[in-house]
Ligand binder design. Structure first.
Ligand SMILES: [Zn+2]
Length: 235
């Protein structure tokens, strides 16, 4: 995932316009940063229990600790477990965490810490990407509630919706001009916006069946969006 050291940091920081860093105070509280380390520090054996500070490092020897895999993405990214997330805050948290755990900062450290930093970094990336996009965030939220949407559930979709998707795919296949593509793209975008608002309301009502239905529709439109992207790439 991180190809080349120089590029990696650029990619981490390049996502934000200059000056964004540190302008807004982080609203996360200290408790959310503190993890627990039941088995103690792998390096110095310092006893477990609630750790002081950021929870990623041993308070005694400052060695990087392994990621806590029981922690869900919302907790890791210091967000409420809700469909509505503050994306600006999410970005800040991502940046804050990568500053702590990114492999570039561990080049002079032990192999164990290098390995842990790779794991932390991958986990933080996955959490950030998952929570940033409405579709993956919604699917993840459902998964935490024990609701999964298996692939190939077409039979559960209403015929009218499937016809709509089929027509859209046909139009896309036939589209020859930039303008035709743009038109389809704007229709899909409007649909996704509408569905995102609807799924947000469904989650607010704790109506997970409705959320599942809407997210399934969003997945169809997301597939159309992928096809548009592929078609845009010049051969
Ligand atoms: Zn230690």
């Amino acid at each position: 995932m991180w190809g080349g050291r120089a590029g990696a940091l650029l990619r981490v920081w390049g996502l934000w316009p200059a000056g964004v860093l540190g302008r807004r105070p982080l609203s996360c509280n200290a408790a959310s940063l503190a993890g627990s380390n039941p088995s103690g520090c792998w390096n110095c054996g310092s006893p477990g229990g609630p750790v002081r500070g950021d929870g990623f490092f041993c308070p005694q020897c400052r060695a990087l600790q392994p990621p806590d895999l029981t922690r869900d993405y919302f907790s890791l990214m210091d967000c409420n477990r809700s469909f509505r997330v503050d994306t600006a805050k999410l970005q800040q948290r991502y940046q804050q965490l990568q500053r702590l755990v990114h492999p570039d900062f561990f080049s002079q450290r032990s192999q164990t810490e290098k390995d842990f930093s790779e794991k932390h970094s991958t986990l933080v990336n996955d959490a950030y990407k998952t929570l940033l996009a409405p579709l993956s965030r919604g699917l993840y939220l459902l998964k935490l509630r024990g609701v999964e949407i298996p692939e190939g559930t077409d039979y559960e979709m209403d015929r009218q919706f499937l016809m709509e998707i089929m027509e859209m795919n046909e139009k896309l296949a036939e589209a020859q001009s930039e303008a035709a593509m743009k038109e389809i793209e704007s229709v899909v975008r409007a649909k996704q916006k509408e569905l995102t608002d609807n799924v947000s309301r469904a989650f607010e009502r704790d109506d997970f069946e409705k959320a599942k239905e809407i997210l399934t529709k969003m997945r169809y439109f997301s597939n159309v969006e992928e096809k548009i992207k592929l078609k845009k790439i010049p051969v």
